[in-house]
Design a protein around this ligand. Structure first.
Ligand SMILES: [Zn+2]
Ligand SMILES: [Zn+2]
Length: 141
């Protein structure tokens, strides 16, 4: 009888370990999304003008070619609500798109980890709507 319950305990522990490993693997892949160049983002240029365009690595210029523009993302903190941040991506050695830098409001660019965290409490934030319809030129507010 004792042998049976020991076997059960081992089986349960193995199951928990497997689930944990699976969870770890899934969370490690969050930052390894499909290529940013295959997605459309809202961009904001230095003058505050927003436009919708395909993703790119690093900065790009806005349509008139004179201002530097960066991708704007919307995220939500469970406690502090929605916020926006500016990000730049790079392509890693595996060819995957990774966050490289992040900036909140008009603050300094900071090195980014794969998960975007709330600037106030540093908790991982939930994904928001990254393509803002209001960001299209001429769409109004
Ligand atoms: Zn511009
Ligand atoms: Zn927060």
């Amino acid at each position: 009888m004792a042998i049976v319950s020991l076997a059960c305990a081992v089986a349960v522990a193995g199951g928990v370990y497997f689930a944990w490993r699976q969870y770890r693997r899934d969370s490690a892949q969050v930052g390894r999304q499909r290529a940013v160049t295959d997605q459309t983002f809202t961009w904001e240029c230095d003058t505050g003008e927003r436009f919708t365009a395909p993703g790119a690595y690093g900065s790009r210029t806005c349509d008139d070619g004179t201002h530097r523009a960066d991708i704007v993302l919307r995220r939500t903190c469970p406690e502090h609500g929605p916020f926006e941040c500016y990000v730049r991506y790079h392509q890693d050695a595996m060819g995957l798109s990774r966050l490289s830098e992040i900036r909140f409001a008009k603050g300094e660019w900071q090195p980014a980890t794969d998960s975007i965290r709330c600037p106030i409490c540093k908790r991982p934030a939930q994904v928001g709507d990254d393509i803002f319809s209001a960001g299209r030129p001429g769409a109004g507010k």
